[in-house]
Design a protein around this ligand. Structure first.
Ligand code: C2E
Ligand code: CA
Ligand code: CA
Ligand code: CA
Length: 279
């Protein structure tokens, strides 16, 4: 039995060691990924829930590791956050999305708003709003075309700081959305204090629509809450026509998900944009 215990112990330390090494190896690769141009953005359409009209897109980060190939954001974003690398990467994301909007404009397309994910660590940077304002000024993109998506957890850590950070961002002219809504512990009192524009209903509430009656009720309450606060509503992860119809019946304004389109390469998304002179 003693030997068995030791073997278990060795097994666990080896497994932990392997995980730590794996993480360190990813972190080291991430450190050079920006300069080696291994990142790109893909763009997922956001559409009117009832008509399907294109309203904008969300930019999503992709990383192709030179040996491993594509690495999922679910794997590398947490590593980038722990190492503080998400700050420079996040600034690159903002600059790249603005550059892409200008490129689409030069290809004769009408510009629609782009949503960009922001990590809690970026929000906590002393001059984050200043960085956003500077990137927008350099790019020549009107701030109203950019919407920053912040997660509930980022806002909940320190509510007074979050209220201040969102207010400062809003002064630059950008829009602010609350992402993954319903997965944190939100309270009405803090939501009311934040100058948000949009509420994104998390995929977990959409997945089992229209069969799960409880989820229909939850979605209705969230939409009512958003209306009370004067926020736009968008449901994430919409994959079926049944989900879409249910969301429309609940009063949801916008949807995003595989039903309409997965995240698209920049040139694929460009073809969906209306021509500038068609107005
Ligand atoms: P998120 O912000 O909630 O993004 C939505 C995720 O759902 C994306 O995964 C998207 O590809 C996926 N998705 C879209 N439609 C559907 C659908 O109909 N069904 C299902 N099952 N999934 C759908 P992705 O691209 O793998 O990104 C995962 C997460 O990584 C994002 O979740 C976001 O939290 C983070 N992320 C992605 N890009 C960035 C970035 O530039 N900066 C930061 N800080 N985080 C990012
Ligand atoms: Ca998002
Ligand atoms: Ca989300
Ligand atoms: Ca998410």
């Amino acid at each position: 039995a003693k030997e068995c215990g030791r073997n278990n112990y060795q097994f666990f330390t080896r497994a932990l060691h392997a995980r730590a090494m794996e993480r360190l190896s990813l972190e080291n690769s991430l450190r050079v990924a920006l300069e080696r141009r291994e990142f790109r953005l893909v763009y997922q359409p956001q559409v009117d829930a009832a008509s399907g009209a294109l309203l904008g897109c969300e930019a999503l980060l992709r990383w192709r590791h030179p040996e491993r190939g594509p690495v999922s954001p679910a794997t590398f974003i947490p590593v980038a956050e722990d190492a503080g690398l998400i700050v420079p990467i996040g600034t690159w994301v903002l600059r790249e999305a603005c550059r892409q909007l200008q490129a689409w404009r030069q290809q004769g397309r009408m510009l629609l708003p782009v949503a960009i994910n922001v990590s809690p660590l970026q929000m906590q940077q002393a001059n984050w709003a200043g960085t956003v304002a500077a990137v927008l000024r350099e790019s020549g993109i009107p701030p109203t075309l950019v919407e920053l998506e912040v997660t509930e957890s980022a806002l909940l850590d320190d509510i007074d700081a979050a209220v201040e950070a969102v207010a400062t961002l809003k002064r630059t002219g950008v829009k602010v959305a609350i992402d993954d809504f319903g997965t944190g512990y939100s309270s009405l009192s803090y939501l009311r204090r934040l100058a948000l524009d949009k509420l994104k209903i998390d995929r977990s509430f959409v997945r089992e629509l229209p069969d799960k009656v409880d989820d229909i009720e939850i979605v209705k309450v969230i939409i009512q809450l958003a209306r009370t606060l004067g926020l736009r509503t968008l449901a994430e992860g919409v994959e079926t026509e049944g989900q879409r119809a249910c969301l429309v019946a609940c009063g949801c304004e916008q949807i995003q998900g595989y039903l309409f389109a997965p995240p698209l390469e920049a040139d694929e998304f460009c073809e969906l944009l209306p021509l500038a002179d068609a107005a």
